[in-house]
Design a protein around this ligand. Structure first.
Ligand SMILES: Nc1ncnc2c1ncn2[C@@H]1O[C@H](COP(=O)(O)OP(=O)(O)O)[C@@H](O)[C@H]1O
Ligand SMILES: [Mg+2]
Length: 234
């Protein structure tokens, strides 16, 4: 696990450190009586690509649910731009500030790629002038052509569906992108292409948080946080 500065905005020399866009403060989480996450404190900054790595069952997807406000920690706090998300409107947080790429994509398969992205813009409530044009531009930016953008999702390949899911997560221009095993079902070449898209988003200033069990994916990220499976009492 790499050490990074926490809870600091300036060092002794007075140099400024970026305030993390998202941070976990001593969070723990259990499903009923099954503890999954214990006392985690991680910081996430804009402009960087993070990988949360850990074995299957270590709690990666659970952590992603907490980071995206879909579940709440039992103890500890999650801060977005310094404010606890437990005290803010989670719906607004989820539909404006954070974009999630789910492991199973969760796309509406009978809709076209373009319709999926436009629908996400509609739901977010964020004002966007020409939704169709922006959706098409986003889909093209992740490597789909016009014909593919207008095709029903069901008729797209796994790699193409992954791109649609990324474009949808970007639809309302959130500052944080979370992706659960984004290259899990892809061949190596497509994995490389998808990782390039995420790298580009971090370079544009977004905070990109990937969850993966792949050492190869982790190696491509700026910062790695490892989750250990916690010992449970039998
Ligand atoms: N809804 C749930 N109810 C009860 N236990 C769960 C639930 N979801 C996940 N778990 C358990 O929590 C642990 C962590 O799961 P998960 O976060 O999916 O791990 P990972 O994504 O790292 O594979 C596992 O032991 C899993 O069985
Ligand atoms: Mg998982």
């Amino acid at each position: 696990m790499e050490e990074i500065l926490q809870n600091q905005t300036a060092n002794e020399a007075g140099e400024n450190f970026p305030i993390p866009v998202l941070s976990l403060h001593h969070i723990s989480f259990a499903y009923d009586k099954t503890p999954v996450l214990k006392d985690l404190s991680f910081d996430f900054e804009k402009g960087k690509m993070y990988c949360i790595i850990g074995k299957s069952g270590a709690g990666k997807t659970t952590l992603l649910s907490l980071l995206s406000g879909l579940a709440s920690p039992n103890t500890g706090d999650i801060l977005f731009e310094g404010q606890s998300i437990s005290k803010t409107d989670k719906y607004v947080f989820r539909s404006r500030d954070i974009g999630v790429v789910f492991q199973s994509f969760n796309l509406i398969t009978k809709y076209t790629a373009l319709e999926n992205v436009v629908l996400s813009m509609d739901i977010s409530g964020v004002k966007i002038a020409d939704k169709k044009a922006r959706a098409m531009a986003l889909l093209q930016s992740v490597g789909l052509d016009e014909d593919e953008a207008n095709r029903r999702v069901l008729l797209l390949s796994g790699g193409q569906q992954q791109r649609v899911a990324i474009a949808r997560a970007l639809s309302y221009n959130p500052s944080i992108i979370l992706a659960d095993e984004p290259t899990g079902n892809l061949d190596r070449e497509t994995q490389g292409e998808i990782m390039e898209i995420f790298k580009g988003l971090a370079n544009e200033g977004k905070c990109v948080i990937l969850v993966s069990h792949s050492a190869e994916v982790a190696a491509m990220c700026d910062v790695r946080y490892e989750l250990q499976k916690i010992q449970r009492k039998k």
